[in-house]
Design a protein around this ligand. Structure first.
Ligand code: FAD
Length: 433
């Protein structure tokens, strides 16, 4: 909990640099990448953007990776939002002066009265740095946080409503899901709240890293990591204030030379098959194609190095329309021409003059035999990457295909897929869990 009399800020002689600070806050090693380029892969006419972000790892061994792995990225909050929040603080320390929170408590090591003990959650840093890089200022405040805000509201009506929201779980959920309010929007909704800096520094949750599938194959001649990043903004229906996804917006705005604090998270269950002859089907609509670009690049390298024969690799991609968001179209075509991909099939959900088609429709109408052949006859692999709804529909479609093509019952087909999972032959990489 937080109490005004029990928390104070103490100015520190020195601050902390970003990477050391992140390592302190998250208790893990964090490595600097340098932005080489950021490029929008969608057409200018599209209302959305997908960025190809290329990062230089400078050959740091800790940033070595394999196809299928993820890069954890520590973003920063939007400077405009940080500035607006700083302006709401009632007792701001100089915004750029390093401070530390101290708590008045009994130190179990010593007898005697309570004393001021430095809080170790954050390193010595300025309020601006904390709100930019260490603290989550966009997630809707928790009920516990609203409870604290209630004690700080001067207007009894504000206090009462905040109390209600913090205590009535149904009310809270409705309020939270209606517009997903950020802390700043809560302060605007309840303007009588006086916001102390020590409350922010000690109570806001930490800003968590976001994960991105590595979108390039490791290349001994150039130490880089590519990411394929969909720029998130909500809501898209024009109702309520626009929220920009913290990390995707931050990445999209980076300039060459900027630093991205990052780390590799291995994904041993989403690697290309151990035997390159095993046939594969890859299903990745939109940014779900991200890891598969590392797969086909690795196979291109294999072919260019004169490696042995490769099993078939069919890619099922999906997007809205050929003119707007058919990302990596040329690269997929080239990979197919050179034999790294055997076929590329694309499902368009909003192509003028064509019925709505999703990746699972392509599997059902064009690849049923291939799915059966790869999974039941050839010991092959299936990879599915993207959001959970799509992955569930693909799974159900595969189950139906096994029933039709393999003469199984639904139960048998379900068990068969579970076995494939256990044997690491049905692979899923779900975004957003
Ligand atoms: P955030 O700031 O985290 O905001 C996004 C979320 O905020 C929304 O989903 C929603 O829940 C909520 N929200 C905010 N405002 C509103 C509102 N007004 N209404 C409703 N909801 C709201 N992404 C890629 O682009 N490429 C990848 O290769 C990729 N790989 C991934 C791999 C894994 C293993 C995982 C777990 C995720 C992956 N992702 C990938 C997703 C990525 O990690 C991020 O989740 C994504 O970029 C969004 O992060 P953000 O910080 O931009 O958005």
């Amino acid at each position: 909990g937080w109490k005004r009399q029990k928390h104070r800020l103490v100015v520190q002689p020195e601050g902390t640099d970003l990477l050391t600070g992140l390592a302190h806050v998250h208790k893990r090693k964090v490595f600097p990448c340098t932005v080489i380029s950021v490029e929008n892969l969608q057409s200018e006419a599209s209302s959305r953007a997908t960025m190809l972000v290329r990062l230089d790892t400078a050959g740091q061994p800790e940033l070595q990776y394999l196809p299928g792995d993820h890069l954890g990225v520590f973003p920063a909050n939007r400077p405009e939002l940080v500035q607006e929040l700083l302006e709401c603080v009632e007792d701001p320390p100089p915004a750029d002066e390093p401070v530390l929170v101290e708590v008045l408590e009994k130190d179990s090591r010593f007898p005697g009265p309570k004393s001021w003990v430095p809080q170790s959650r954050l390193p010595p840093c300025s309020l601006r740095q904390a709100l930019s890089s260490f603290l989550d200022i966009t997630a809707p405040p928790s009920p516990q946080f609203l409870q604290l805000l209630a004690t700080l509201a001067r207007d009894p009506a504000d206090r009462e409503r905040l109390q209600q929201l913090s205590q009535d779980a149904r009310l809270y959920e409705d309020w939270k899901w209606f517009r997903c309010p950020t802390l700043l929007e809560v302060l605007q909704e309840f303007p009588s709240i006086g916001l102390p800096a020590s409350l922010l520094l000690s109570q806001l949750p930490l800003l968590q890293p976001r994960y991105y599938s590595v979108s390039s194959a490791p290349d001994p001649s150039s130490a880089h990591i590519d990411l394929t990043v969909a720029v998130v903004f909500l809501p898209t229906d024009g109702q309520g204030p626009v929220h920009y996804g913290v990390c995707s917006t931050w990445l999209a705005r980076l300039q060459p030379g900027d630093t991205v604090p990052a780390f590799i998270r291995g994904a041993p269950s989403f690697r290309p098959p151990p035997t390159p002859e095993a046939p594969c089907i890859l299903v990745g609509p939109g940014t779900g194609v991200a890891p598969f670009r590392s797969f086909w690049q690795q196979r291109l390298q294999h072919l260019q190095a004169g490696g042995g024969p490769l099993g078939s690799m069919v890619l099922v991609f999906g997007c809205r329309s050929s003119m707007l968001d058919h990302i990596y179209q040329r690269e997929m075509e080239e990979a197919r021409e050179q034999g790294a991909l055997s076929h590329v099939l694309t499902a368009f959900s909003r192509e003028p003059g064509t019925p709505k088609t999703y990746v699972q429709d392509v599997l059902r109408t064009q690849l049923a035999e291939e799915v059966h052949r790869v999974l039941c006859e050839c010991g092959g692999h299936m990879y599915v990457c993207g959001d959970v709804t799509m992955a569930t529909e693909v799974l159900q479609t595969v189950q139906h295909i096994l029933v039709q093509q393999g003469g199984m019952t639904m139960g048998q087909a379900g068990d068969f897929i579970s076995e494939l999972r256990d044997k690491n032959r049905y692979h899923e990489d779900i975004f957003g869990l």
